[in-house]
Design a protein around this ligand. Structure first.
Ligand code: GDP
Ligand code: MG
Length: 237
């Protein structure tokens, strides 16, 4: 924690986990599944390419799992935590700049590709950028046979917002199976996390292509990261 952060020990500002139950990631996976997933991500992982349009996407030779979320939701941080690489996906404080699909090869021999989808909901994005995003994402989702699942990242402090429903609807319509993953779980109290997880599960259950379980994660504390790896491997089928 940076020195400038509010003191976690202050009695006026107790740290979120200082009292009450510990935060929970949600779904429980068995030890064998978690270990297999850990191994999958312990091997080589490398950036393959960036695709500004569909012409540049790689041949659909291996299963893919895509990551989507509004700008600043913590997508780059989560990809780094998931893969145990500090700078695999560039974490950035200038959201909305990356308007490309980024592909990462996992394993040697190759077992899957992770697809980092461009962030959405950047307040200052010009309409032309938003339009380009919608076309790119829609075309990708509708045409990608090897895409096994999308993970839609939602800030645990806010839950699902209107800005997120656009992508959820695109996924439902394209019949791409997806799972909702809460990010930055360390920023709220365990009881608040339990509430937002429950509310998110309730919305997920009403959606056609959504997985009924929601995972709560923190790139900061590592909460839910092992489970997220298991959820990615599970999606490969
Ligand atoms: N406390 C906390 N901060 C996080 C977490 N994940 C990301 N952040 C911060 O949120 C900001 C945006 O993160 P980034 O990964 O670049 O988001 P992206 O725009 O979705 O790729 C950065 O300042 C990160 O340090 C987390 O799990 N906990
Ligand atoms: Mg990013």
């Amino acid at each position: 924690m940076p020195a400038s952060a509010p003191s976690a020990a202050s009695p006026l500002h107790p740290s979120p986990s200082a009292s009450g139950p510990p935060p929970r990631s949600g779904e429980v996976f068995d030890a064998e599944t978690l270990e297999a997933a850990r191994k999958t991500f312990a091997g080589p992982i490398a950036f393959l390419k960036s695709a500004p349009t569909l012409e540049f996407i790689p041949d659909p030779s291996v299963p893919e799992v895509a990551f989507a979320g509004r700008s600043n939701v913590g997508k780059s941080s989560l990809l780094n935590a998931l893969t145990g690489r500090n700078a695999l996906a560039r974490t950035s404080n200038t959201p909305g700049r990356t308007q490309e699909l980024n592909f990462f090869d996992v394993g040697s021999p190759l077992v899957m590709r992770l697809v980092d989808m461009p962030g959405y909901g950047f307040a200052k994005a010009p309409p032309a950028v938003v339009k380009k995003w919608r076309f790119l994402i829609n075309d990708f989702l509708r045409g990608r046979q090897v895409l096994k699942r999308a993970l839609v990242l939602i800030d645990a402090r806010h839950g699902i917002k209107e800005v997120d429903r656009d992508i959820l609807e695109m996924l439902d319509k394209a019949a791409v199976s997806y799972r909702i993953v809460l990010t930055k779980a360390d920023k709220i109290k365990a009881t608040e996390l339990a509430d937002v997880t429950q509310a998110t599960i309730e919305e997920a259950r009403k959606r056609a292509a959504a997985h009924p379980q929601v995972l709560a994660t923190s790139s900061e504390t590592g909460l839910g990261i092992a489970e997220l790896r298991a959820a990615v491997v599970e999606a490969l089928g």
